[in-house]
Design a protein around this ligand. Sequence first.
Ligand code: 5GP
Ligand code: ZN
Length: 116
Amino acid sequence: MTDSCIFCKIARGEIPSNKVYEDDEVFAFHDIHPVAPVHFMLIPKLHLASLMEADAIHNELLGKMLLLAPRLAKQQGLENGFRTVINTGKGGGQEVFHLHIHIIGGGNIPPMVRRS
Ligand code: 5GP
Ligand code: ZN
């Protein structure tokens, strides 16, 4: 799976990306099709298809990612806040099946759910 996964290849540096952050366990890079002035993704280096495949052994890794998100957002200029999005599975609109947290901000962020 990791051989054909585009985000595994990005994390290994085999496909170029605009890197935001990297350590032993995680990698962050700008989205190729940003939906706001700042839009990057934070991924584990471990191939995990989605949140649906995560379990208790991933507690620490997922906790680390959530705590890292505001630090990286601030470094990218999002001092006033940001939106995090994790699309999960086809039902959640996920297109790349390697778990990723979208971190989005810097523009006019519309309400996520519109009530008409
Ligand atoms: P998803 O819909 O799975 O939550 O989000 C996948 C995201 O990955 C999309 O926003 C898409 O623009 C981004 N993406 C897909 N392929 C690449 C790529 O090769 N490089 C980068 N930087 N982003 C990508
Ligand atoms: Zn992967």
